[in-house]
Design a protein around this ligand. Structure first.
Ligand code: FEO
Length: 398
């Protein structure tokens, strides 16, 4: 049975939600599920904007059949070919064999690579315009947001921006299609940040390019491929996107991430958090990297201005889960952060220098200390150094 919503008088959301999937891209936990958004424009010619993941194809097809109500599907605009949106292309081709695909040249290449068989493809380039009757749609290339073939489509008739992966979020919609139907800041922002930072975070410069192009458009609706549709409060989400894509911290505060085996490094991290709070720095978030998925750690690292990284030494190296966090921060281009490090080791404390080496490669990073080294557990001397580090962090936050 169909499950659709109107975005405008003649534009329908025909996507679907998946609450059964545990790992987005088979790597990022999504306890709130995800939506796969697809939109169907009922103009003189009918136009489907993107498809959906194979897991929700049944629902997706029911939705399209209901909205078309016997009309034929004329066009399918593929803004993004990644299989969470492109997987159902072939099913659409089988059911609507006369449909013409509109996509970028690169997307047509990718379609062949994914072995979708059709010759009925019209490739478009930057600024091309297509009329479907009442609606005129302009195509804007958006390479690396988040794949190289990506583009966005802008309907100049009603101001709808089909934004592909931009402005997306983890989380299933549960009927609430529009961002103004939810308390986004309270209930969605963390998942939107985690989606952005982990999926598109590496490509900040490309996102900035797209934002500059979008600034020239009279946008009334932002229709992303995941998460709620925006029809108001654009300044709010644009401000977040500007900060995330320029690697500007959202908040002055301290993310403390620790890797501890027997609790002594953990104790040191807790003491730092306590000392900071005593000094009036209450915006502190503490994470055990061994029991926090790295996608959450990455989102928090993008959020806070200061990072305090604590790691025990393991095989003469950084503890593996902390090493993974450091690798991910580098891979996602995190920069502009102020960092303190604390290392623990019983006989050869090697984690500290290696963390400092990794962090030093991140652009515009300020190191607050040369590494505090704990020998197995805090003693009076290292406790005092930790207090001093709390002072240093507090001063730098002023
Ligand atoms: Fe939701 Fe890059 O695909």
């Amino acid at each position: 049975m169909h499950c659709v919503r109107k975005v405008t008088d003649d534009l329908y959301w025909v996507g679907a939600n998946d609450k059964r999937l545990n790992l987005f891209e088979n790597i990022h936990p999504i306890p709130r599920g995800t939506s796969y958004n697809s939109y169907l424009l009922m103009d003189e010619q009918t136009v489907l904007f993107d498809t959906a993941d194979w897991s929700v194809c049944r629902q997706f097809l029911d939705n399209i059949e209901y909205v078309l109500d016997g009309k034929k599907l004329d066009y399918m605009v593929i803004n993004h070919m990644e299989p969470d949106h492109g997987a159902s292309i072939e099913e659409i081709l089988l059911r609507y064999p006369d449909v013409k695909i509109i996509c970028s040249v690169k997307a047509a290449d990718f379609m062949r690579q994914f072995r979708f068989h059709t010759d009925n493809v019209e490739t478009v380039k930057e600024g091309d315009v297509k009329s479907f009757g009442k609606h005129q749609v302009t195509f804007v290339m958006a390479p690396m947001v988040h794949w190289p073939e990506a583009m966005v489509s802008f309907d100049t008739t009603n101001g709808v921006l089909f934004a592909a992966d931009a402005f997306g979020s983890f989380g299933s919609l549960d009927g609430k299609l529009f961002a103004d139907e939810v308390n986004f800041d309270r209930d969605w922002l963390d998942d939107a940040r985690r989606y952005y930072t982990n999926i598109v975070g590496k490509f900040g410069a490309n996102v900035q390019n797209l934002l500059k192009k979008a600034a020239g458009l009279d946008i009334k609706y932002i229709c992303p491929l995941h998460g709620p549709v925006w029809r108001q409060d654009f300044d709010y989400i644009l401000d977040k996107y500007n900060k995330w894509s320029t690697y500007t911290p959202e908040e002055k505060g301290v993310m403390i991430a620790y890797a501890s085996m027997y609790g002594n490094t953990e104790a040191a991290a807790n003491i730092l958090a306590t000392k900071l709070c005593e000094k009036g720095i209450a915006n502190v978030a503490l994470y055990d990297v061994s029991c926090t998925h790295v996608s959450y750690l990455i989102a928090e690292a993008f959020k806070y201005s200061h990072l305090a990284l604590f790691s025990v030494t393991y095989n003469l190296n950084v503890f593996p889960v902390m090493a993974n966090f450091l690798e991910d921060m580098a891979a996602l281009n995190l920069q502009n952060r102020t960092v303190a490090t604390v290392c623990n080791g019983t006989w050869a404390p090697q984690a500290g220098p290696k963390i400092i080496e990794a962090v030093s490669k991140m652009k515009n990073t300020t190191l607050l200390n040369e590494g505090l080294t704990v020998a197995s557990s805090l003693n009076e001397d290292t406790y005092a150094q930790l207090e001093q580090l709390a002072d240093t962090i507090a001063e730098s936050l002023q």
